[in-house]
Design a binder for this molecule. Structure first.
Ligand SMILES: Cc1cc2nc3c(=O)[nH]c(=O)nc-3n(C[C@H](O)[C@H](O)[C@H](O)COP(=O)(O)O)c2cc1C
Ligand code: SF4
Ligand code: SF4
Length: 266
């Protein structure tokens, strides 16, 4: 089928979803397509994607679901029955219902899913003391991301239109699992190690970190626990000290050592 343009949407607080997206973009043969970064505070997907536009949407997995913030930012988008490529990136534990949720959301918004993938990224809670999927997506993951893009491009080239394609089946269950809890806790700042560079402020996708005369101030009620501020802090001053998150990180570092492989469905 004829594709006139491509448009890529992503929500990626710690950057792994964005890396996978670039691999898929290369494989699709649309390396220069328009990117819409939904990660910045107040970002929203807007407008209508015509049927000749190839839409790609990527988001991380939070508690086996899509981050509620990503769903909220995607909701204003509309498709006109055009093809959509959907992918999630998870931290080597499991993606559970997230890919199904994204596929169902795309249909609800008016798209026709033609390819879906689940890739692995370094876990947001990974630290040197509790490493989980460190360095992923790596070269092997990105090779598979390109391969996924190529498989989708071949599917598009072979069909006269989406009407000739079978509906895409992706793994997951309904009703979906409960989503991730937000608010109530957030990373802390070790004042002695903070250089007041403001990178945690810039990194926060919900704008809940502020630099004040007294130091870094965080609105814990708004925190989505994405750890972008932790990973973006150049001095290590920003740390997730909460005992419940540290316990999860310890469990993940113990139980999720075996390398999971990306999967895709075309
Ligand atoms: C609140 C929260 C919940 C998460 N839940 C899961 C999960 O259920 N399964 C999993 O494998 N990884 C989980 N992760 C890890 C992320 O999916 C993973 O690190 C992903 O690569 C982050 O994407 P990003 O770099 O685009 O932000 C979670 C991360 C956060 C912050
Ligand atoms: S990124 Fe780190 S060093 Fe910079 S202001 Fe935030 S906590 Fe301080
Ligand atoms: S304060 Fe919370 S929401 Fe903001 S970047 Fe840090 S972990 Fe993410």
């Amino acid at each position: 089928m004829r594709i006139d343009a491509a448009k890529f949407f992503s929500f990626s607080p710690t950057g792994t979803t964005q890396k996978v997206l670039e691999g898929i973009a290369q494989g699709l043969g649309w390396p220069e397509a328009e990117r819409v970064d939904l990660t910045r505070p107040k970002a929203q997907a807007q407008g209508v994607c015509d049927s000749g536009v190839l839409t790609v949407i990527g988001a991380p997995v939070y508690a086996g679901r899509l981050p509620a913030e990503a769903v909220r930012r995607l909701r204003p988008l509309r498709g006109k029955g055009g093809p959509a490529v959907l992918f999630v990136v998870y931290g080597n534990r499991a993606y559970e219902d997230a890919l199904l949720e994204l596929s169902n959301l795309a249909v609800e918004l008016g798209f026709f899913p033609i390819g879906a993938g689940a890739f692995i990224g370094e876990h947001s809670f990974s630290t040197p003391a509790t490493p989980v999927a460190v360095g992923r997506p790596d070269a092997a993951d990105l090779r598979l991301a390109r391969e996924f893009g190529q498989a989708v491009a071949a599917k598009l080239a072979a069909a006269p239109g989406t009407a000739a394609m079978d509906p895409l089946i992706v793994p997951g269950n309904m009703p979906y699992r409960d989503g991730a809890t937000t608010g109530g806790l957030a990373p802390e700042t070790v004042a002695d190690e903070c250089e007041r560079c403001g990178q945690c402020v810039t990194a926060c996708p919900v704008g809940c970190v502020h630099l004040e005369d007294s130091g870094v101030v965080t609105d814990k009620a708004a925190c989505i626990r994405c750890c972008a501020c932790v990973k973006g802090c150049p001095t290590g001053a920003r740390v997730m000290t909460d005992a419940s998150i540290q316990a999860i990180a310890t469990r993940l570092a113990t139980n999720c050592k075996d390398r999971k492989a990306p999967e895709y469905f075309v």
